[in-house]
Structures are given as structure tokens and as C-alpha cells.
Design a protein around this ligand. Structure first.
Ligand code: SIN
Length: 530
């Protein structure tokens, strides 16, 4: 067993920001299941929403966030995250992160703020179209310099170690985590009084996603097994514009393209968003994604198109270099041709229920960033609010976890015991089951839902769950098996939450209950394992 003052699971903006702060107070282990730069953060193109000028205001940013969230945002949380933004951004730039600047006409420089859907002002700080990569790179540079931080790459968290699971009759407390060392195949025991889940979201639960392969919902699934309260998993955000291309999967076409004037057209070259919402292409994402879905179903086309060719080619190349180059490699010059796009799973608005300090219903277990459901996003996240939340929540969790003296729970932790058998045939079944989960979620639990389809998904997931449990208890654990187990758990949570919400709101749209029902459902969906 190894012991640390802080254990952080995940190496995106929330986890790395927390680790850097926590290292001022003690030893930190960052557990990350691939290389440390594999995270959703690194893939974020758009940027960080933050009030930066006198033309904007905290009230307006709060108002836009609440409007997108369709009644379920917690206004106190929204206000606190929005108003803390500028201070946290200043810290980030102090760590070397560079956001694009522009000359303001008086010979001085100011932030070059982008615009995205649902925002009534330009307020998106960005580094061209690779903002997440810039943040991730600078934070990892600072982490590498820090003597008190140990980064454990290729280590996959298996389960939280809690007093509840160990059978103690006391307040359920987290004592650490079991992690699989991929190089040795051994499950190691890490102990800490403060364990921080910053594991990101679950895009890989769907067949088509803008997320990297690591986004398998690990933190939510582990927290669920440990008995934590999980909230609002029905609200999965589909990004309207993922590149539609046979050989390039999961490539996002940033909302900033629409923010800079890009328009959506169908296969006949007709603009269609004006029939769906007065904000047209800059309506909140749920509306744009549903409009594209409807357009594709109506015409039978496999995609729609995002057209920015009316902008000067030089502007397109310098503002969107990553998108330009990636599309060019696929044979598409976006300065000359519209970009084929489809909606794809992008962001998990629900998660482990946590307050604005990241505290969960399990003592000593914090959840920050996409894995957490703090009440910021409500039923639909406003674009670029998530990197901001990651930053603010990391700071809050650091303050909360280091304030006062934490009472230590004196319990010795058992070592991990696992099955011994490894059967190559079963590995094939694991990969088939992976495909099955992702396909059935796409087919039955997508942008437009019905009770019948959700029930169908629930039945299949129950069978898959039984199969995965059998592997889990009998075979040696591997990363693939652990991820599959987590995917099945998270998929079931999405379905169960969706089935319990008999209305349509934000990202949850069902043909059986197409209206919003504030009388019965103006509340979070809460789930806890019994
Ligand atoms: C984008 O660039 O469109 C992604 C921004 C976000 O999801 O917040």
C-alpha cells in the first residue's frame, strides 16, 4: 500500500489545477489511465467562457447559463462560478497559458473574445482553435516541475475504497482507491484522506462522439458502486457539428465556426436553422442538434453542411488552423467547400452529485469537472462553461479539503483480490460487448427518445451487466474489462434517469412527453445504489 496526502484521478484541467494547488500542502498522486495528456480537456477547441470586458457583465453570463439550463441550473452555483472566473483565469495565465489577443485600436492589446451558441456577448477566451491543448500543455509543464507530484500514467482506477464497502457502520468515507498498473497487471492500493475524481465524462458510451477514447464514465461508475448520489445522467449533450467523414472519427468542428458566421445548410444548399429558432445557428446546442437530426430524418441525408466559405480564406486559416489542416488532410478545403457534419455525443451534464466545493455524499471523496454534477449546467450546458467550471471547482475543492484538520479514519485497508484466469476467447466477447453498448445507446437513447426505445435499451443493458459481472469476478481485470464494466453502468444510469423523467427539457427530448412539465419535474434526477 502507498499513501499520499491527495489522490487525483484524471489529468484534465480540473485534476491538474487541483494537483498544482494541493502540492503546496502535501504529496499528490495523479492517476491517469493512458498518458497524462490524454484527456477531454486536450481536445477542447472552443475555449473558456469568462466575463472579460465592461461590455459584458456577470449578470448577463449568469442569465445566458440559466437560459440554456432550462430551469435546472442552481443559480447560486452559476453565480459563484461565473464571478470567480476572472481570478482563476488570471492564475492560469500566470502559469503560462496564452490566450489569443488582438489590438484594440488604441495601440493596446486585449483578449480576442470568441462567440458561441447561447452567449449574448463575445466572452470566449481561446487559443486559436486548440484552447484545451494549450491549457493542458502548460499545466503539464508546471506539474512536471513539481517535486511533490507523482504522475502515475497507464494506471486505471478500479474502485474507491470506502468504509461502507468494508462493512463499517459509520458515515460512508473514502479511504483511497484500488488502481490497476497496466505494466505489471497488479492492482495496487493507494490510501488518502482526500480522493478527487476528475475523470471527465462518458462520450464513449455512444457510437459517435467528439470525445477521446478515455471518456468511459469511470468516475461516475465508481462513485455509483461506492454508494454516492448520482444526478441528471439523462442530460447528455450532443454537439451539433462533428465532422462526417469515413476515415476521421470523433473530430469536432468547433461551435466557434458558427460564432464567426458559419451557417448550416442541407444537401440542397438551403439554410434551415431559421425555421427552428430566432437565434438560428447560435441557438443553444440542444436546439441546433435536434434541428439537424430533424433535417436529416426529413431528407434521409447522412449529414448536413457547415458553410464558412463566405469568410476570407486568410481569416479561416488563421482563426481555425487545426480544423483547416485536419479537413485538408481529408481532402476538404473549408475555405472553398462546406463541411459535412453530424451531431455526436459530446458532454455529460449530469454526474456525481457535488456541491460547488466538489464535496460528494461520501466523506473524503471530491468530484470536480465533467464527472461532477454541481448544478452549473442544469438540463443543458452553455458552450465553453465547462473549462471554467473545472478551474473554479479545482480551486474550491483545494480550499475545502485543506481547511482545518481532517480527522483520519484509522482502518487498515485490505489488499485487492482478483480472479486469476485470463481467457483470450473472452477478450473477443469484451470487445463485442463494447460495440453493443455503444450501438444500442446510439440507436435507442439518442437525441430523440421514446419510452419504448429506452425500455429496450434497459433490457439489453441488464443482460450485458450480468455478463460483465461474470467476467469481472472470474477473470484477471484488464483496462478493457474495467472500461466495459464502467460503460455498462453509466449507460444504465443514463437510461434509468431518462425513463424517470416523463417530460422533455433541455437535452432530454422524448416523443412520449414532448412538453416541459414544471409542476412535476422542475428538479434534479437523483439516483443512489440500494
Ligand atoms: C466547441 O468548440 O464547440 C466546444 C466548446 C464546448 O463544448 O464548450
Amino acid at each position: 500500500m502507498r499513501e499520499f496526502d491527495f489522490i487525483v484521478l484524471g489529468s484534465g484541467i480540473a485534476g491538474l489545477s487541483f494537483a498544482l494547488k494541493a502540492a503546496q500542502k502535501g504529496s499528490v498522486a495523479i492517476v491517469t489511465k493512458r498518458s497524462s495528456s490524454d484527456s477531454n480537456t486536450a481536445w477542447a477547441q472552443g475555449g473558456v467562457a469568462c466575463v472579460m470586458t465592461g461590455e459584458d457583465s456577470f449578470d448577463l453570463h449568469v442569465r445566458d447559463t440559466l437560459a440554456a439550463g432550462a430551469g435546472l441550473c442552481h443559480e447560486d452555483v452559476v453565480r459563484s462560478i461565473v464571478t470567480e472566473g476572472p481570478t482563476r483565469i488570471a492564475e492560469l495565465t500566470g502559469l503560462g497559458v496564452h490566450f489569443d489577443q488582438r489590438e484594440n485600436g488604441n495601440g493596446t492589446m486585449e483578449p480576442d473574445l470568441g462567440r458561441e451558441g447561447g452567449h449574448t456577448k463575445r466572452r470566449i477566451l481561446h487559443a486559436r482553435d486548440a484552447t484545451g491543448r494549450e491549457i493542458e500543455t502548460r499545466l503539464l509543464e508546471r506539474i512536471a516541475e513539481h517535486p511533490r507530484i507523482e504522475v502515475m500514467e497507464n494506471h486505471m482506477a478500479v474502485d474507491f475504497i470506502t468504509t461502507g464497502k468494508l462493512g463499517y457502520a459509520m458515515e460512508n468515507s473514502c479511504l483511497g482507491v484500488y488502481v490497476l498498473n497496466e505494466a505489471t497487471g497488479i492492482v495496487e492500493t493507494l490510501r488518502s484522506d482526500v480522493t478527487v475524481a476528475a475523470t471527465g465524462g462518458c462520450g464513449k458510451v455512444y457510437l459517435y462522439t467528439t470525445n477521446p477514447d478515455v471518456a468511459t464514465g469511470d468516475g461516475v461508475a465508481m462513485a455509483w458502486r461506492a454508494g454516492a448520489v448520482i444526478a441528471n445522467m439523462e442530460f447528455v449533450q450532443f454537439h451539433p457539428t462533428c465532422l462526417y467523414h469515413p476515415s476521421i472519427k470523433s473530430f469536432l468542428i468547433s461551435e466557434a465556426v458558427r460564432g464567426e458566421g458559419g451557417i448550416l445548410i442541407n444537401e440542397r444548399g438551403q439554410r434551415f436553422m431559421e425555421h427552428h429558432n430566432p437565434q438560428k445557428e447560435l441557438a443553444p446546442r440542444d436546439i441546433v442538434a435536434r434541428a439537424i437530426d430533424a433535417e436529416m430524418k426529413r431528407s434521409g441525408a447522412k449529414c448536413v453542411y457547415l458553410d464558412i466559405t463566405h469568410k476570407p480564406a486568410d481569416f479561416i486559416r488563421s482563426r481555425f488552423p487545426t480544423i483547416y489542416e485536419t479537413c485538408l488532410q481529408a481532402g476538404l478545403d473549408i475555405t472553398k467547400s462546406p463541411i459535412p457534419v453530424v451531431p455526436a455525443a459530446h458532454y455529460q451534464c449530469g454526474g456525481v452529485k457535488a456541491d460547488v466545493n466538489g464535496e460528494t455524499s461520501i466523506r473524503g471523496l471530491f468530484a470536480i469537472g465533467e464527472v461532477a454534477c454541481t448544478g452549473l449546467h442544469g438540463a443543458n450546458r452553455l458552450a465553453s462553461n465547462s473549462l471554467l467550471e473545472g478551474l473554479v471547482a479545482a480551486h474550491r475543492a483545494f480550499e475545502k479539503s485543506t481547511r482545518g484538520k481532517r480527522e483520519r479514519v484509522e482502518i487498515s485497508l485490505p489488499e485487492w483480490r482478483s480472479g486469476q484466469v485470463q481467457d483470450v476467447d473472452e477478450l473477443v466477447v469484451i470487445s463485442h460487448n463494447w460495440e453493443e453498448v455503444r450501438r444500442l445507446m446510439w440507436d435507442y437513447v439518442g437525441i430523440v427518445r421514446t419510452d419504448k426505445r429506452l425500455q429496450r435499451a434497459a433490457t439489453r443493458l441488464r443482460n450485458l451487466h450480468a455478463e460483465v459481472q461474470e467476467f469481472y469476478w472470474n477473470f484477471k481485470v484488464t483496462t478493457d474489462l474495467l472500461e466495459l464494466r464502467n460503460l455498462v453502468t453509466v449507460a444504465s444510469l443514463v437510461v434509468d434517469c431518462a425513463l424517470s423523467r416523463k417530460e422533455s427539457r433541455g437535452l432530454h427530448f422524448t416523443l412520449d412527453y414532448p412538453e416541459r412539465d414544471d409542476r412535476r419535474f422542475l428538479r434534479d434526477t437523483l439516483m443512489r445504489r440500494v
